[in-house]
Design a protein around this ligand. Structure first.
Ligand code: CU
Length: 604
């Protein structure tokens, strides 16, 4: 039976179920069908035209609308030149990792000329999430928002807004970034920095050749709007503000917050934020602006300094100003770390939360930048890497989920460490060179169903390169119970935890030279990726996988795989593992056997 016919039959069955449920006066989840036609289209930004892979011809891609608890089937047709996958960021997909999307973790890539239908299952999410490609750097142009309304018959926990607006923050490269990433990985060069940030696909008035196409949002005086903001930027947290207007933050990552009024927000890659804005200022035009929150090495000049803007404009009769006003007094500067911390400390869940208190698995995970030596066409070359507990993640040749479900050995090992291999002053300056050497492996952490897990992430300052890491977990949201500066204090810091109303999120930032404590219930059987949502760190290996085992009943076990999954043709595009590692750094600058970089190494 063709997919379409099956779809029609299924729709009929769903309609029958919905009808019988309606007779029982119950709210039934709706089923939605979407088609994503993904192909290369020409776009002109910053005075240059390039071809970019996009969904249904638009950048950002289409906004998907559902109600809480719905299901959607998205048939993704790859008519472009790259293989890719799609991830439904923040959608927990109970028992259904088959449709989660990360390449080599839960599936292999959808090859050009083929299609794959994702079944996206919503559960407790309500607010805003998003979808994006999850292979190579294709998510740069393959992404869009998901709006999740309350269940039919229920409403928001705040007065119903008069209207709403979606703003997707993105990054623009004037060249084929996948190609450049591939070259950089082959030669050990640093990964690319974007040429501009964008709001709904446009860099805005302050960028070259961009003034005509700046995104505009029209509002009526006196009305209150729900602004849904998605950070789809590849490698940066950003501050965002609107000139003259307060922002009332009411939700993040499709979970409600105790409302608070702010003059700016901080939003990291992967995060979403729901904000109420009242149009209560004199009729006019006001810039909505964002700029990078840069926590990288002081004095390191390579980051995108774009002030990306869109324009909030009032409807009505008035003479437009020569130039809209800019939020100069409220939008923090690039390196304003206190402004970042102040904002994050305001996040509290709307209601008291059922935070896990009987912890059965405790992990302390050090996130680090690293370096290693590899064979670059006969020359031993140094390259940057990243790691969690000194393990640089290496993608297996077949996805972990397939190997796990089919009991196939040789694709991963179950020995991701709960603790770092050695303890040192993680946040010190000028750490010795032997701290820079990671192991490479495909090491996963296995959890029993129902475990209550605490993970404390610790930032390391190896190579003097500590910076914020927005850590993202697939298949779950987690409670952010604490965060702070310096090395985590196992005695004192837990006393400061918020176990009452911590934010419930899918992405939270491990602060530069600090720590982040999170807790979650392992109630979703499957294979789930944990990773830094800065793509440069993800590409270099700052990821690991948790496997949550089945709970012993059908309702607590992984679902059957769909009839068709994209086959795993192994094609080395830009994965780290294509590089042949010739040696590991084992010593410092004063031992014997130093190579030309001054490192002692051991040939494998
Ligand atoms: Cu990171």
């Amino acid at each position: 039976m063709g997919l379409k016919k099956m779809g029609v039959l299924f729709e009929f069955l769903v309609a029958a179920v919905v009808f019988s449920e309606m007779l029982l006066c119950m709210v039934e989840a709706k089923v939605h069908y979407y088609d994503f036609v993904v192909k290369d289209e020409n776009f002109t930004r910053l005075c240059e035209t390039k071809s970019a892979l996009v969904v249904n011809g638009s950048l950002p891609g289409p906004v998907l609308y559902v109600n809480k608890g719905d299901v959607m089937y998205v048939n993704v047709h790859n008519r472009g030149g790259y293989k890719f996958t799609i991830h439904w960021h923040g959608v927990k997909q109970p028992r259904n990792p088959w449709s989660d999307g990360p390449e080599y973790i839960t599936q292999c890539g959808i090859q050009p000329g083929t299609n794959f239908t994702y079944e996206v299952i919503f559960s407790d999410e309500e607010g805003t999430l998003w979808w994006h490609a999850h292979s190579d750097w294709t998510r740069n142009t393959v992404h869009g928002a998901i709006v999740i309304y309350p269940e039919e018959g229920s409403s928001y926990p705040y007065p119903k807004p008069d209207g709403e607006e979606v703003l997707v923050l993105g990054s623009w490269y004037t060249y084929d970034v996948n190609l450049v990433v591939e070259q950089d990985l082959a030669t050990g060069a640093d990964l690319p920095v974007s040429d501009a940030y964008t709001i709904n696909g446009q860099p805005g008035d302050f960028c070259a050749c961009s003034k005509e196409s700046t995104y505009r949002w029209q509002v009526d005086y006196g009305k209150t709007y729900l602004l849904r903001i998605v950070n789809a930027i590849m490698n940066a947290e950003v501050f965002f503000a609107i000139a003259g207007h307060n922002l009332t933050v009411v939700g993040t990552d499709a979970s409600y917050l105790k409302p608070f009024v702010a003059s700016y927000i901080l939003i990291g890659p992967g995060q979403t934020m729901d904000i109420l804005v009242t149009a209560n200022q004199p009729l006019g035009q006001y810039y909505m602006a964002a700029r990078q929150f840069n926590t990288g090495k002081a004095g390191f000049p390579l980051y995108d300094k774009t002030n990306v803007t869109a324009i909030l404009e009032y409807r009505g009769n008035y003479t437009p100003p020569a130039s809209p006003s800019f939020p100069s007094d409220t939008l923090p500067l690039y390196a304003d770390i206190p402004a970042g911390i102040t904002f994050r400390n305001k996040l509290r869940s709307l209601h008291k939360q059922n935070v896990p208190k009987n912890i059965t698995t405790q992990m302390y995970i050090v996130a680090s930048q690293n370096q290693f030596l590899f064979n670059n066409s006969g020359n031993v070359t140094i390259s940057l890497a990243t790691s969690l507990n000194n393990v640089t993640w290496v993608n297996p040749k077949m996805d972990v989920l397939h190997a796990y479900y089919s009991n196939m050995s040789g694709f991963y090992t179950e020995d991701f460490p709960d603790m770092p291999p050695n303890f040192y002053d993680f946040v010190a300056e000028g750490l010795p060179i032997n701290t820079t050497h990671p192991l490479r492996g495909t090491k996963v952490k296995v959890l029993e169903y129902g475990e209550e897990v605490e993970i404390v992430f610790q930032s390391s300052n190896v190579l003097n390169s500590s910076e914020d890491h927005p850590m993202h977990l697939h298949g779950h949201s987690f409670y952010v119970v604490g965060a702070g500066g310096g090395n985590f204090d196992f005695e004192e810091d837990p006393k400061t935890y918020n176990l009452v109303d911590p934010p419930y999120v899918n992405t939270a930032t491990l602060p530069k030279n600090g720590w982040l404590a999170v807790r979650f219930n392992a109630l979703n059987p499957g294979v789930w990726l944990w990773h830094c949502h800065l793509d440069r760190h993800l590409t270099w290996g700052m990821d690991t996988v948790i496997i949550v085992k089945n709970g012993g009943t059908p309702e607590t076990s992984l679902r059957e795989p769909p009839a068709h999954m994209p086959p795993c043709h192994y094609s080395p595009t830009i994965e780290l593992r294509k590089r042949e590692i010739v040696s590991t750094i084992v010593g410092g600058r004063d031992g014997e056997g130093l190579d030309t970089f001054g490192y002692q190494f051991q040939t494998l």
